[in-house]
Design a protein around this ligand. Structure first.
Ligand code: GLU
Length: 332
């Protein structure tokens, strides 16, 4: 048992090493391993990646019964987030990843030094909207982004999308990390508990709604989400195709008594031009053929609509394997 699976993996490794693996139908039918970069374990990206793997494995099992094999084995580990995922995809360390639409745009256009310049990045589909959340601790008196001056602010771990988007906002406000009493680099999994423990006053987080990690702070210790609708946010939305105003509806969390308006991006699923067409095709097929299952796996996915998923928030060219499936289905 052990030996045969080792042999298959070793064969795949050799074929990939010689450059044959990427296009070899034999490997696609035998075993092909793909990794999807996600985000922190309490975020929505982690659910996206693991949901995609679940659908890929479901199709593999059903295909085996019907004689339609694809042989893809999928893993979706927790990672640092958007810009980490793009960097690793660009280096061939990950085949797929979830990334904010702002960082997808900048990676493919080489328009920001906050993300790897990656002309080979390819769009596959978009997923859920991600409003930028400024979350402030109960009693901090923070009611706008500029109120974070002099406070203890979590700007996010390097590699996360929210780290970059928080910095964009800071630049818009003419602020630097020196304007905070302390600027921490906690991960999305650490930040809510740190807020409730009184170690920080606020954090910025770009994430789908609702999110269990945010609830730890809002429902757990009375933290609240701040409206971001000033001149700086209006200019960001007016000047950039990847930003739009978004609403976090009243009632989402215990402290969301009214709708919160802020700017946001889309979560997108990306790959690289060097990933084989048949692999991307099979992943897209598994997702789209099981879209009802996908919608049920997280409340942020409830409104997923294939017609919008193939255009909204995508600035990199579509991967040919994805385009092939969308054309076959008449979506393009
Ligand atoms: N938008 C975040 C990032 O790019 C991740 C959000 C999530 O994990 O759902 O790092």
């Amino acid at each position: 048992m052990k030996k045969s699976s080792f042999t298959t993996a070793a064969l795949a490794a050799v074929l990939v090493g010689t450059g044959l693996g990427a296009t070899s139908g034999a490997v696609a039918q035998d075993r092909q391993f793909i990794s999807i970069g996600t985000g922190g374990p309490t975020g929505v990206y982690f659910v996206v990646g693991n949901s995609v793997c679940r659908m890929v494995h479901k199709e593999a099992a059903e295909g085996r019964k019907k004689g339609r094999k694809h042989g893809i084995r999928c893993a979706a580990p927790s990672t640092g987030g958007s810009t980490y995922n793009i960097g690793q995809i660009c280096q061939g360390e990950l085949e797929f990843g979830v990334a904010q639409s702002d960082w997808q745009f900048h990676a493919v256009n080489g328009s920001s030094e906050k993300v790897t310049n990656c002309p080979g990045l390819r769009a596959v589909f978009s997923v859920h909207p991600e409003p930028f959340h400024l979350i402030a601790g109960d009693g901090t008196g923070i009611n706008s982004f500029s109120d974070t001056k002099g406070k203890r602010m979590n700007i996010g771990n390097p590699g996360s999308g929210q780290r970059g988007t928080t910095e964009v906002l800071m630049e818009g406000y003419g602020m630097s990390a020196d304007d905070f009493a302390v600027a921490t680099e906690l991960t999305s999994t650490e930040q809510s508990q740190a807020l409730c423990d009184g170690k920080i006053d606020a954090y910025g987080y770009t994430v789908g709604v609702p999110n269990a990690g945010v609830a730890v702070a809002t429902d757990g210790c009375g933290a609240y989400i701040v409206n971001l609708t000033g001149d700086v946010e209006r200019k960001l939305v007016a000047d950039n195709p990847f930003y739009a105003f978004a609403t976090i509806p009243a009632g989402t969390y215990k402290t969301t008594g009214e709708d919160v308006t802020t700017f946001g991006v889309m979560a997108t699923f990306v790959s690289h031009e060097s990933v084989a067409e048949d692999v991307v095709y099979e992943v897209v097929r598994a997702v789209m053929e099981n879209i009802d299952d996908f919608r049920s796996l997280h409340p942020a996915f409830a409104n997923l609509d294939p017609a919008k998923m193939i255009t909204n928030g995508l600035s990199a060219p579509l991967h040919p394997g994805a385009a092939k499936y969308y054309k076959e289905k008449g979506l393009m």
